[in-house]
Design a protein around this ligand. Structure first.
Ligand code: PAF
Length: 283
């Protein structure tokens, strides 16, 4: 597996390769788990050459503590990528990615009015900048993102379209632990007790989806999901929103289960967890 630490090495090696082979990029912040590995596998199935980037991007954190405690385990990550047969990894230092503070600002309009955009100020500007930089550096044919970050996937798809970038943005399904907890690098920070209770987030999503499918109103189903999680007395809910997957705006009535997502962000102890479920998904 090739390891690149600088943009110049990366470009020198990849740009000629791109002319004859298809390139897949899997952008990550490391602390890799099965969710990331499913993206690597999807990229390997679709492309001749797969490159994974590992970079804990400071500009997308609006909370210094979260950035400080974000898990970093580069050696384990390299072993996992090697075992998957990933062709290359790009692991730049912050100074390589940001020799100076970017002055550009990327706004996503109504797509970032709610949910993560509302609760993490500047987050999508940071995501947009780093993903645009990575896409420019690698120029992949395809780039892979997990649906756990539904709003992130949607804003990146829009950015690529708006900026006429020559990359297909591919979304891959959420990978869950056997007890339903969505895989996330942040799960590593849960205590044993918190880890046991964390799957209740998925339980509340499934219950809410069932209620909507049974004809309950959006307002009632949402209220029940909130009171279920609140009733456990351990979660600090940031939002539970029932939204259109196209506009990401909260809806008051469901017209199409396939285009309706229930999205949650909640704090459990020191850890902020997010998850979502498309109402039509089999549960
Ligand atoms: O989803 C992530 O891990 C990050 O937001 C991403 C896309 C790698 C950008 O830093």
């Amino acid at each position: 597996m090739q390891i690149f630490e600088t943009i110049s090495e990366l470009r020198k090696s990849l740009l000629p390769l791109r002319l004859q082979h298809t390139l897949g990029l899997v952008p990550t912040m490391g602390a890799l788990h099965e969710g990331h590995l499913s993206l690597i596998r999807a990229s390997k199935a679709d492309n001749d050459y797969t490159i994974c980037s590992i970079f804990v991007n400071p500009t997308q954190f609006n909370n210094a503590e979260d950035l400080k405690h974000y898990p970093r385990m580069p050696e384990d990550d390299l072993k996992l990528l090697e075992a998957e047969g990933c062709n290359a990894v790009f692991m730049p230092e912050p100074i390589e990615m940001y020799p100076s503070e970017p002055v550009i600002n990327i706004g996503f309009g109504a797509l970032e009015t709610d949910m993560e955009g509302k609760h993490r100020e500047g987050h999508f500007n940071g995501v947009g900048i780093v993903v645009a930089k990575l896409l420019n550096m690698v120029q992949p044919h395809r780039a892979y993102f997990g649906q756990k970050d539904l709003q992130q996937y949607t804003i990146i798809r829009q950015m690529v379209k708006d900026l006429s970038m020559d990359t297909q943005v591919v979304a891959c399904p959420i990978v869950r632990e056997t007890d339903g907890l969505a895989m996330s690098s942040r799960n590593l920070r849960l205590t044993t007790e918190e880890r046991k209770i964390a799957p209740q987030i998925y339980k509340s999503l499934k219950h809410c989806a069932n209620q909507l499918r049974d004809g309950k109103s959006v307002a009632e189903a949402r209220k029940e999901a909130i009171s279920f999680l609140d009733g456990l007395d351990v979660f600090n809910i940031e939002y539970i929103d029932i939204v259109s997957t196209e506009t990401l705006a909260p809806i008051s009535e469901v017209s199409d289960f396939e285009k309706t997502a229930i999205c949650i962000a909640a704090h459990l102890g020191q850890v902020r967890l997010i998850d979502n479920l498309i109402v039509s998904d089999e549960v």
